[in-house]
Design a protein. Sequence first.
Length: 151
Amino acid sequence: MLKRVLAGLWLGAPRFVRRAGVWLSQPRFTVTAGAVVVDEAGRVLLLRHTLRKGSGWGIPGGFLMRGEQPADAITREVREETGLALEGAELSFVRTLGHVRQVEVIFRQRRAAAGRERRPAPRHRARPAQRLAQTRASSDMLCRKTEAGGW
């Protein structure tokens, strides 16, 4: 009986009241996109992140803009951070990071054909000149430092 009364009140409430109720009662979180970028030689692109102190080397990525799709966001982020053009976004996995209230969408992408790249814009978020090349194909992603021109 009480459930029926509450449902009637909820459905009869103005739309802005229902939206405010949902907004106040539901958790809020940020959404990020990242990519494991692999070239034709099987090397994985890693960047030294400068805004995430202590995190060291990692995959490229960043926050989604309002209304942006995750696949578009990671393509934009990689182009901004490195100047590389990517193609073929394949969803790898999605996970939640509860301690920072974040949803992370991870893709696997490959470099676009040669000639579609541009010179990287100066960025403060990552150092694209410092890249790592994968030394063997394994899940632990053991890497070694290489010259910037290797990518």
